[in-house]
Design a protein around this ligand. Structure first.
Ligand code: FAD
Ligand code: NAD
Length: 447
């Protein structure tokens, strides 16, 4: 007979949102049980955002050093991937040990239970031999894993997902990347800058298809100039590994490389969490209200709710779930969805693309400016590629979306993100002083 234990709330999965939620609810005095089967903090700190951004930081330092010759004399660059691997192991992940994060939860007063959590009826969660009965309810934050496309042969090969590539201690001599989304592009460029010969294979008509076509074009051109092969519209027929080399066949062409990274999207971990026991039919994602409720006594946050697979979204939803559980007021859901792909140049995006705005029947006006042609772009020289594109709802006189591509495109995005979120009138934005010579001054030109 499993042991039955009572509590106020069970959080299954401690991704960034779940981890924050456990601390928040415990601080509010609730009896909280956190269930985690791997590492407290989830994908972002151990195999996602943080270590990948450490690789990118190092790779960008290499690229910037290579620009010295054009700007300031000579610099000899000898890449050493060991330095970044050590930084990831020692500083970012504690060698993939979550003791610090786990202690933070228990120090806050929560109980941490290691194992696979599964719903067992309303407000009930089973973990191994224990059953937790949660007076207020259960929150799901179980996140995603890398999806493997159904390509013949792929499953039998030792391909990398985000986990293998983040844990590597060496940069391979060559790598094929399946998928031209944020994961594939960020890591393709980072490894290329460490000397890996990289080929990106994208099934769609363009890479980074979630952003503006002009932004995809800038990245494709930069990749080409850096020697990264980018192939759109590919159809991969087969993947094989001969013990040493991967062979990826697309029609008449076979690409070969030492490593293969599969970055073709993510799959929600909601197929084995007992949703059937509470009468919820799982689709690709879980449908939630703006208070993150799936149904009474069951909340879901993070990638599994399909409102943007980002750490900042998971954290935002965590706070909404906390307020819902604690009966605190919350404003309307922020649908502006700022996001940044950390290629160099970075691609920042917020709100709707031009295409999405037109599909919604918005009376669209578009502003577009080339960052390289701005005063700051001229001063910057090598590495100045970029643009700002603004999508305006002409009837309402507000910006409904923007892309900001540039060396600091993610930071420049801030101004545009506030403009979209706060619906600052375009008349105000055109009657504003933009500091000279900043990259964000290009917003004025786009307007
Ligand atoms: C390479 C890479 C780079 C990324 N870079 C960025 C970036 O720069 N910026 C950004 O905003 N986002 C980035 N992301 C996305 C980001 O990592 C996720 O959006 C973020 O982790 C939020 O996920 P989550 O809260 O849904 O849960 P996750 O982080 O996926 O964590 C879910 C947790 O639940 C646990 N779990 C699952 N099922 C169970 C169960 N049944 N019982 C117990 N525990 C369970 C898992 O072990 C895991 O710890 C990146 C992702 C990857 C892969
Ligand atoms: N900087 C960031 O914020 C950041 C960085 C990395 C990841 N993320 C998050 O993680 C999510 C997952 O990233 P992702 O890049 O794996 O997924 P994605 O879904 O964004 O992109 C996957 C790409 O793979 C392509 N693809 C799918 N099947 C294919 C096939 N058989 N052959 C060739 N190409 C194929 C898709 O067309 C798409 O372009 C992102 O959507 C994003 O939300 C964010």
């Amino acid at each position: 007979m499993p042991e039955e234990l009572s509590c106020d709330v069970v959080v299954i999965g401690t991704g960034p949102g779940g981890e924050a939620l456990v601390g928040r609810l415990a601080a509010a005095g609730l009896d909280v049980v956190a269930v985690e089967k791997e590492l407290v903090g989830g994908e972002c700190p151990y195999w996602g955002c943080i270590p990948s951004k450490m690789m990118i930081r190092a790779a960008d330092a290499l690229a910037e050093a290579r620009r010295v010759d054009a700007l300031a004399g000579t610099a000899t660059v000898v890449p050493d991937f060991g330095a970044v691997a050590r930084r990831i192991r020692d500083e970012a992940t504690d060698d993939w040990d979550d003791t610090v994060a786990a202690d933070r939860l228990t120090d806050a007063g929560a109980r941490l239970v290691r194992g696979h959590g599964r719903l067992d009826g309303d407000r009930r969660v089973v973990v191994g031999e224990q059953t937790f009965v949660a007076a207020k309810g259960v929150v799901l934050n179980t996140g995603t894993t890398a999806a493997a496309p159904p390509i013949p042969g792929l499953a039998d090969t030792p391909y990398w997902t985000n986990r293998g590539i983040i844990e590597t201690e060496t940069a391979p001599s060559s790598m094929i990347v399946i998928g031209g989304g944020p994961i594939g592009l960020e890591l393709a460029q980072a490894f290329s800058r460490f000397g890996t010969a990289v080929t990106v294979l994208e099934v769609g008509p363009r890479i980074l298809a979630v952003e503006e076509p002009e932004s995809s074009e800038v990245i494709a051109k930069v990749f080409e100039s850096e020697g990264i092969g980018v192939h759109d519209d590919v159809s991969i027929d087969a993947v094989a590994h001969d013990g040493e080399v991967f062979h990826v066949t697309c029609g008449d062409v076979t690409y070969e490389a030492e490593r293969l990274l599969v970055a073709a999207g993510r799959r929600s971990r909601i197929d084995d969490v007992g949703l059937e026991s509470v009468g919820v039919e799982p689709g690709r994602h879980l449908t939630v209200g703006d208070d993150m409720l799936v149904k009474e006594g069951l909340w879901a946050i993070g990638d599994i709710v399909g409102r943007g697979a980002f750490t900042h979204v998971s954290m935002y939803q965590s706070e909404r779930a906390a307020r819902s559980i604690l009966g605190e007021p919350m404003g309307a859901y922020d649908t502006s969805l700022p996001r940044v792909t950390f290629t160099d140049p970075e691609v920042g995006g917020v709100g709707l693309t031009e295409h999405q705005a037109r599909e919604q029947g918005i009376n669209v006006r578009v502003g577009l400016t080339d960052l390289a042609a701005s005063s700051r772009g001229f001063v910057h020289g090598p590495g100045n590629e970029g643009l700002i594109k603004i999508v305006i709802d002409d009837d309402r006189g507000v910006i409904v979306g923007a892309n900001s591509v540039g060396v600091s495109g993610g930071e420049t995005l801030a101004g545009l993100a506030f403009a979209v979120r706060a619906e600052i009138p375009v008349d105000t934005l055109t009657n504003t002083i933009y500091a000279y010579p900043t990259f964000w001054r290009a917003i004025e030109s786009a307007l």
